[in-house]
Design a protein around this ligand. Structure first.
Ligand code: NZQ
Ligand code: ZN
Length: 389
């Protein structure tokens, strides 16, 4: 187990009827006027907006609405939010939505406190030294953005979907009421499940040694997601299944799972972000395609862990390490098929001729991954596997 520092300042309210706490929390933390950042439609039809606004009004927190955040959120929209936040003199940002809304809220919060362009943070030309306080009401459990300091934003003209991470970007308070996820589409539920699994895989398969507790913890999350997404596909309003999935999503990317490890692999995420930047596909859909392809390309780097995964998750006990590892990857693909996730880049409408440009875009003169460091040629080979599979 490596040395580690664990930092997570986000206070979580979890469960039924918890949204009502948002106004009091913001008031107690001295917020007078907030920018309420939200998506396009869902919170206005499922009662979330009404619950949030009545709590804010009840606690005398003034707010101005900034709606229209789309999946794969755009830099141009973030810049618009920064302008509005300044013009209205807000002293906090409130995200009400899924990961795209949270990520946009975080980028706006950092942008308001910075004189130059927000994109400077993404290119590394500027460091995030402060941000407006961030609060959140989560409506889609997938990304873990409700309890981490990360944000991913797309600069569409350059096809760059890049991330930032800072201790200033943790929400002060996030509210997770699983009941409001009962009306998520099947597709968003499946994409969310795949994203949670992928966050666990990025850490689980990073080649760390002596992380027994973290491996067991990861396997518990994986089993929980596999079981509960199937329940939700039968009954989207099953509260217990939504609740298990919601907390799994938060735990999968709030650093608890990363303790003592090497920092995660993250090549699958980097490769997926390039697909989303080119084709505007949902993050979870891209991950469902890229995960098995990446696994097939790298599993020989750590046969014991891939064999352990096959045994602990899918009960595969017979065979050599290599045979077990291969069966585990095949079973994972079967599971993706069973829940209706896309299986190949062709399913996502990706053109073969774009693979090279996507590989170049994903790598950007770096090396991706940790278990097996990947150059551009490796990434292209994995895209080809993912296209053909
Ligand atoms: O716009 P509305 O109408 O709200 O619809 C949204 C959107 O179409 C809908 N939705 C949200 N809550 C709902 C709902 N529909 C019905 N009922 C509800 N309660 O869901 C759709 C997808 O929303 P989005 O926020 O895009 O999904 P998600 O939470 O999966 O976020 C994905 C984004 O997060 C980034 C991804 O790359 C992607 O851009 N990520 C952020 C991370 C982080 N900050 O730590 C890490 C992740 O790995 C990921 O990269
Ligand atoms: Zn993800």
């Amino acid at each position: 187990m490596n040395n580690f520092t664990y930092y997570n300042p986000t206070k979580i309210y979890f469960g039924r009827n918890t949204i009502k706490n948002i106004g009091r929390e913001m008031r107690e933390q001295g917020v007078k006027k907030a920018l309420l950042v939200c998506g396009r439609q869902s919170i206005f039809s499922n009662g979330v907006y009404d619950q949030v606004s009545s709590s804010l009004i009840g606690w005398y927190v003034d707010f101005i609405r900034f709606s229209g955040i789309q999946p794969n959120p755009l830099l141009s929209k973030v810049e618009e939010g920064v302008r509005l936040a300044r013009q209205e003199g807000v002293d906090a940002i409130l995200a009400v939505g899924g990961g795209s809304v949270f990520d946009s809220a975080k980028a706006i919060a950092a942008g308001v406190a910075h004189d130059g362009p927000v994109w400077d943070f993404f290119t590394g030309q500027a460091r995030i030294k402060s941000a407006l306080p961030i609060f959140g009401v989560l409506t889609l459990s997938a990304t873990g953005s409700e309890m981490n300091g990360n944000a991913v934003i797309t600069k569409a003209d350059e096809k760059k979907k890049w991330g930032i991470a800072s201790r200033h970007l943790y929400p002060r308070v996030s509210i997770i009421d699983p009941t409001v996820q009962a009306w998520l589409s099947e597709r968003d539920t499946v994409n969310g499940a795949v994203d949670i699994l992928s966050h666990v895989f990025e850490l689980y398969f990073d080649g760390s040694e002596n992380v027994e507790l973290m491996q067991e913890y990861s396997e518990a999350i994986i089993r929980c997601v596999i079981k509960n997404v199937k329940i939700l596909l039968e009954n989207p309003a099953d509260y217990e299944a939504r609740a298990q999935m919601a907390w799994a999503a938060t735990l999968a990317l709030n650093n608890s799972n990363a303790a003592g490890r090497r920092g995660g692999d993250w090549a699958t995420h980097d490769m997926e972000h390039s697909i989303s930047a080119f084709y505007d596909v949902a993050h979870g859909a891209g991950l469902a395609v890229m995960t098995p392809a990446w696994m097939r390309y790298v599993y020989r780097e750590d046969l014991p862990t891939f064999a352990r995964f096959a045994e602990k998750i899918f009960g595969i006990e017979k065979g050599s390490l290599e045979e077990k590892a291969e069966k585990g990857i095949e079973q994972l693909r079967e599971f993706f098929r069973e829940i209706g996730a896309p299986l190949s880049l062709q399913d996502l409408g990706v053109e073969y001729r774009d693979l090279e440009k996507m590989a170049e875009n994903a790598v950007q003169d770096r090396t991706l991954g940790r278990l097996k460091p990947l150059q551009k040629e490796d990434v292209l080979a994995i895209y080809q596997l993912a296209w053909e599979q």
